[in-house]
Design a protein around this ligand. Structure first.
Ligand code: G3P
Ligand code: MG
Length: 247
């Protein structure tokens, strides 16, 4: 059991929800690439969400276990030689970035949500975040590490409690908010179709921010916004932000 989650930029301060550019800005640019990250920032995202797998022990941006869908390569991300990975096209001539590439590209212009997709990645991601904080002037609160693998998050928190963590849920487990609280998370990340007002109340009562994924339909964006969520993951950051201007 952990208490006192670290401060985070994850609680909204204005009227509108925080905007998380999903896989960069997947609706506009190849996912999990530097072009996607830059596009998300230019469209006004507060946070950039990317997925993290390990390749030969190094953290790289990739959603799937394999390279097949998002690159011109084949095989498991974890197993291909780094030289092979470095030559691949991840869309529009983009390379597969490392976590440090993403940190350099963002250059503190947005928060960075690293979603861990691989077991055993916590320690190496802690190393990269420490590098950003200690050498590049990032704040701990500009990072948010999330995962469906809560064991991995527990390990990360034990290694470095200054890194804010967000608990991801695919459905709605009975004890989801309690387990996130016990983990010392700052936020719960819920799929939008399951979102209901009582869930937001329960999470808030435990001091947890509520972020919902992945919301692209303008009508659904307006619905979750009206429910008062703290953050929205979207492939189209501008669709959330346009509602700020008419609110
Ligand atoms: O982190 C929110 C969302 O990205 C989780 O689902 O499959 O798009 O990584 P997925
Ligand atoms: Mg993700």
């Amino acid at each position: 059991m952990y208490s006192n989650p670290p401060p985070s930029q994850c609680t909204r301060t204005g009227d509108g929800p925080l905007v998380f550019g999903h896989r960069g800005a997947r609706g506009h640019a190849p996912e999990n690439t530097l072009l996607g990250i830059e596009t998300g920032i230019r469209l006004g995202a507060d946070w950039i969400e990317v997925d993290v797998h390990l390749n030969a022990g190094n953290p790289v941006l990739m959603h799937d276990l394999t390279l097949d869908r998002t690159t011109n390569g084949r095989g498991f991300v974890a197993d291909v030689p780094p030289d092979y990975l470095a030559e691949l096209d991840a869309g529009r001539g983009q390379k597969v970035p490392s976590v440090l590439d993403a940190i350099d590209m963002i250059d503190r212009r947005a928060g960075l949500n690293l979603e861990l997709k691989a077991a055993g990645s916590a320690a190496i991601v802690v190393r990269e975040i420490r590098h950003a904080v200690q050498l590049l002037g990032w704040d701990w609160s500009a990072f948010l590490v999330s995962s469906f693998d809560l064991q991995e998050l527990r390990q990360l928190r034990a290694l470095e409690p200054r890194i804010p963590i967000g608990a991801l849920y695919a459905g709605v487990p009975l004890d989801y908010a309690a387990s996130a609280e016990a983990l010392g998370a700052v936020s719960v990340h819920l799929s939008h179709e399951f979102l209901a007002p009582n869930m937001i109340r329960d999470a808030r009562a435990r001091g947890l921010a509520v972020h919902v994924y992945t919301v692209n339909d303008p009508v659904e964006i307006a619905r979750v916004r009206a429910l008062g969520v703290d953050g929205i993951f979207t492939d189209y950051p501008e669709r959330v932000l346009v509602l700020d201007r008419v609110a």
